[in-house]
Design a protein around this ligand. Sequence first.
Ligand code: ARG
Length: 463
Amino acid sequence: MSSNKEINPASSARGSELASNFTVSLNFDKRLYKQDILVSIAHAKMLGKQEIISDEDSKLIVSGLIKIQKEIESDKFPWDEKLEDIHMNIESRLFEIIGNQAGKLHTARSRNDQVATDIRLWIKDACINLIENSKKLQLSLLSLAKNNLNVSLPGYTHLQKAQPILLSHHFLAYFEMFQRDIERWKKTYNSADVMPLGSGAISGVPYNIDRKYVAEELGFSFISNNSIDAVSDRDFIVEFISASSICMSHLSKLSEEIVIWSSDEFNFISLSDEYTSGSSIMPQKRNPDFAELIRGKTGRVYGDLIGILTVLKGLPLSYNRDLQEDKESTFDAYDTTLACIKSANGIVKNLIINDKIMKTSAEKGFILATDIADYLTKKGLPFRQSHIIMTKLSNHCKKLGKDLSEISVEEYKSISKFFSDDVKNISVNQSINSREIKGGTSLNQIKNAIKNANITINQKWPK
Ligand code: ARG
């Protein structure tokens, strides 16, 4: 079909023959093609239903848009940078395919409410995807917790041995962090789940449109209350990158522990070859590159967050072209976080646990010192006094170069008359299982925690 060159936005949109490279966003907003077409189809159907355009034109436009989607997906779409962005590329192609009726699609809308709607749809999908992949990571952590129920290791504070814990308890700590990330993406999803379309450029549109119908077609739960806010609001993007940044902080902690634990000094875990690489010069080395890269890429996502916050700072109402800068940070934060979650899952799934080394490490040193202090306290001593006795005891050990486990009952008794033979019953296992309170590391509590984690992970969302 032939089209009138005057009407096609390819020739008239900017009043100059070429868009300068500087304003072009096509190279990155191409990613919104699906959302843009969905939004246009819903809008065209509504225009037909409301008799703002004829039924015939509405159907013609929809068929053209479907054709365009097929072209894009089969790599046959004639992308044109001169048309600046995804919206103009699709609209201009529609002219080429169906002729001048294409000009009716942009009735009662503006690129301002269009792009805001597109990106909200995109963010909703992105949240679902991140949540699904985080759940896979949670499942891997959960199976490590289930399969290593009897493995104890030192728990650390200040990276100094503190108290013995179960390895499962340690992995379940990460389960909790990722669960909070999931909850944050769910909240972000809700923030994005508001449809701006109908806001027009800024003030609404002077047509009898049916916003509720379009929202239902697109799967939005709400429609925006204020057209000025709707075209300028990008809070949901800040929330999205913020939630992703927090997730990255969790992934970076996990990665850091993987790096430390797989070092020769700790040797608590071994990594599968798939997630390490050899050194080009030192043949004995296997470097934990994947974990290191996750740790490093955390910086990128934080950068994306600062980027979007800075773009939004001080913008006057309502739409400003600055807002075009929302997309690259969004896409980068998503791509990076998703890739890191997937890599973390791969590492965790293939971890080899050196349980004997962990166990031996938990048994050595002064890790039971708090338990011995608690023992004295339970015999009636104020805890602070028990603490003083323990300091004496550990000085005694250090002088002799002995571990607490190597001290005889007589030596204990010589330090304090509150010690009796049962002090020798204090052990790593006994210590762990004495933490029989909700949230504690006892085996019973861990079994319960695993049950609860199973329930959490099987919650269906969105309904
Ligand atoms: N590429 C633009 C963006 O991402 C689309 C909206 C342009 N609107 C306008 N009034 N120039 O924000």
